[in-house]
Ligand binder design. Structure first.
Ligand SMILES: Cc1cc2nc3c(=O)[nH]c(=O)nc-3n(C[C@H](O)[C@H](O)[C@H](O)COP(=O)(O)OP(=O)(O)OC[C@H]3O[C@@H](n4cnc5c(N)ncnc54)[C@H](O)[C@@H]3O)c2cc1C
Length: 217
């Protein structure tokens, strides 16, 4: 077994401080427009230690380059960056975990199990689930966590819904292609709509089965 924890910065290795660039624990410190303390030097990506992910580095690269070359003052945001682990089973997540959300908000949680969706069953990958966490008051998604086949793909739809500030009842009305794993997002959203009584909706097959697990012929 190999276990690695932490991710040390190495901006000091290029003697950033020697030319007067401020660093903190090996990372170049930047402001919200990715400008370092030297106004003509910007730092995007891992080197600033903010969000150590490819999609974040790509966005920061564009923002920093535009600010540097066009003189704009664009700011970056990493509020809704999905992450995934490309393991077996795969995992995808965005936003707060259920524990984090419950510590700060009054929440409702909806779960769609892969075994109740058509595509995972067809593909013989029925292990997994899609969980949405919603703030009850304003009905926005606080977090989404998907475990199972294609979960890092599936969670991107939740991330898009969060970025667009969709309320959960709007997410429940999306019409994802059938049969797909992504349907888990809408099925979980429908469960929340039903649990919160936002609109009267019929239970899904999975909920009926959970209520009465007696096998039927
Ligand atoms: C094992 C591993 C797995 C990862 N998996 C994922 C993943 O699945 N998804 C994800 O989103 N992110 C993943 N990451 C993180 C991702 O790789 C980084 O966040 C991303 O590459 C950052 O991009 P960057 O351009 O800032 O830095 P880099 O991609 O590291 O690019 C920096 C470049 O600068 C060059 N360089 C360094 N020093 C000098 C120098 N003195 N002079 C000239 N050139 C120099 C380097 O050679 C390198 O080419 C992973 C990272 C690791 C280590």
């Amino acid at each position: 077994m190999f276990l690695a924890v932490g991710w040390p910065g190495n901006a000091d290795a290029i003697d950033a401080a020697k030319i007067g660039i401020d660093t903190d624990r090996g990372y170049v410190t930047v402001d919200a427009s990715l400008r370092s303390n030297l106004p003509h030097i910007f730092a995007a990506g891992d080197i600033n230690g903010i969000s150590m992910l490819v999609p974040s580095a790509r966005l920061e690269g564009r923002v920093a380059a535009e600010n540097a070359v066009l003189g704009t003052r664009r700011r970056f945001s990493h509020e809704f960056v999905p992450t995934g682990s490309f393991t077996d089973p795969e995992y995808g997540g965005v936003g707060l975990t259920e524990a984090q959300a419950r510590a700060r908000y009054d929440c409702e949680v909806g779960i769609a199990r892969y075994r109740d969706l058509v595509r995972p069953v067809i593909d013989d990958h029925p292990e997994g689930f899609c969980k949405l966490i919603v703030e009850r008051n304003r009905r926005y998604i606080l977090g989404a966590h998907v475990l199972g086949e294609y979960s890092a793909e599936v969670v991107q739809t939740a991330s898009a819904c969060m970025t667009a500030n969709l309320r959960i009842e709007q997410v429940a009305e999306l019409q994802p292609a059938f049969p797909t794993f992504t349907e888990g997002i809408t099925v979980a959203a429908q469960a929340i709509v039903r649990q919160m009584g936002i609109a009267p909706t019929a239970p899904t097959w999975g909920e009926l089965r959970a209520a009465d697990p007696t096998p039927r012929g």
